[in-house]
Write a protein that binds this ligand. Structure first.
Ligand code: ZN
Length: 462
């Protein structure tokens, strides 16, 4: 491709250990017009900018399938500018933003427009928007699809936010039928409301306020019952199902068994379930409160083994920040359940697989962080390092283990359980469509994230 008559490329990254879907190779990546022009060993020709990446690994830009940026409406919790800055610094180039915790929640076209407007010009990374699936907006799913949502998110239990109602079984069934007709996936927060509500009511009746009481109110069985029901409905409706933040190995097993018999279902988990356990929750308290909650150390190991074996489809952050005051209360049930972690997603995931042999482990990890998410989001030009793809990439120094300091965090509130935690693999430079957007912990240039939509846009929808 190095014909003398061709224009020089915009950028050539040289001598990188390139992590792609197919494995690990050392070589060069040439970028032209925002796309990967050529991957070679070496790439010939000239470029306007060349970068020697000797000793560094080049990963596909991370596609974080699960963030809450709370903008518009709750920007005192986070916001597109701060949330996407943290993502970019951490090696993420695309986020899929959840329909709740912003106000209004993304339940109709107007709310979609309000969120897209808030993001454009503020977001440092490309962004996709999930729509909501609740009892009150089934009739708006079509207009949300036409606007470009990448799927619909439903809660099978109380969402913790008054303006986002849980989907009862009838709503979920009807929503899945409609999503299937629209050709889009449904994502579920899988905890069975009848179990969690009942156990929570018992705990509250007896005046319990402790961490243990909270854990007891959201047992693994609540997750397993909900996953099983969601799989049944997906099977029945033909809807693609995406089970978010699975906290148990048995939950992932349910997904794998269903997938093996032909159900179109994917399993997501988050690094916090793989790096922390109930014991850490007992120590750190509020910072590690989330739902479903952290599990036992034994469960953490079992789930980690499944992730390392490629039985988990997606690793996402479930970045769900709040103002610090919402993370402080004597009654553990009153504390906001959500962990701030989008900046640490890549490094935390690398930490999980650090003990794997490099080639397969990193390639598999890249699939969980980018390749598989791109597939679920219907992004044909993202998620891998090969010719023709968007040049969304991150250079990582895998020789480095670093400890996150509060001052390194780019969230609105520098509060995260990862502060003080040793992480393996420091992101040194992040490229979005070939342009460096972050370097050594800070964003550079200007925010130019774009709204991305599922590839089979309009046409196939009604
Ligand atoms: Zn979430």
């Amino acid at each position: 491709m190095n014909h003398a008559d061709q224009l020089p490329c915009d950028l050539i990254v040289r001598n990188a250990a390139i992590v792609s879907r197919n494995g690990l190779t050392t070589g060069d990546v040439a970028v032209r017009g925002g796309r990967i022009h050529e991957v070679g060993t070496p790439v010939g020709g000239d470029a306007l900018e060349e970068l020697d990446a000797t000793g560094l690994h080049l990963f596909p830009g991370v596609i974080d399938m699960h963030v809450h940026f709370n903008d518009p409406g709750r920007t005192h919790w986070e916001g597109w500018a701060t949330g996407s800055t943290a993502a970019a610094v951490g090696g993420t180039t695309t986020v899929a933003e959840m329909p709740l915790n912003a106000s209004p929640p993304t339940l109709d076209a107007g709310a979609f427009d309000a969120k897209a407007t808030a993001a454009i010009g503020a977001s440092w990374v490309d962004f996709a928007l999930w729509g909501g699936l609740t009892p009150v907006n089934l009739d708006s799913m079509g207009e949300l699809a036409r606007r470009g949502v990448v799927g619909f998110k439903a809660f099978m239990c109380n969402s913790g936010i008054d303006d986002f109602l849980a989907a009862d079984p009838t709503t979920l069934r009807e929503g899945m039928l409609r999503a299937a007709a629209l050709g889009l996936p449904v994502a579920v927060h899988a905890e069975d409301e009848s179990i969690t509500d009942h156990l929570t009511a018992i705990a509250r009746f007896s005046g319990a306020t402790s961490i243990q009481a909270y854990l007891d109110s959201r047992p693994p069985e609540a997750e397993l019952a909900a996953i099983a029901r969601a799989i049944e409905l997906a099977d029945e409706s033909g809807c693609e199902l995406y089970v978010v933040h699975i906290s148990t190995s048995a939950g992932v097993k349910l997904v794998r068994e269903a997938a093996a018999r032909g159900v179109n279902v994917h399993a997501e988990t988050c690094p916090h379930y793989l790096l922390f356990s109930e014991e850490d929750l007992a120590d750190q308290g509020a910072l590690l409160k989330c739902s479903p909650p952290l599990r036992t150390a034994r469960e953490r190991e079992a789930l980690g083994t499944m992730a390392r074996n490629g039985q988990v489809d997606v690793l996402a952050s479930d970045h769900s920040p709040s103002p610090p005051e919402m993370k402080s209360h004597e009654d553990f049930f009153q504390i906001w359940g959500g962990i701030a972690g989008c900046q640490s997603l890549l490094s935390a995931s690398l930490t999980v697989v650090a003990d794997r042999p490099a080639a397969s482990g990193y390639s598999q990890l890249a699939n969980m962080l980018a390749g598989n998410p791109a597939g679920i989001l219907r992004q044909t030009h993202k998620g891998d390092i090969r010719a023709g793809m968007d040049a969304d990439m991150v250079l990582v120094d895998l020789s480095e283990t670093y400890t996150v300091a509060g001052s390194d965090l780019r969230y609105r509130h520098p509060v995260s359980p990862y502060v003080g935690f040793p992480l393996r693999g420091r992101p040194v430079r992040t490229f979005l469509r070939g342009i460096a957007i972050a370097q050594d912990g800070n964003v550079i240039g200007r925010p130019q994230g774009r709204l991305i939509m599922p590839a089979r846009a309009s046409g196939t929808r009604n």
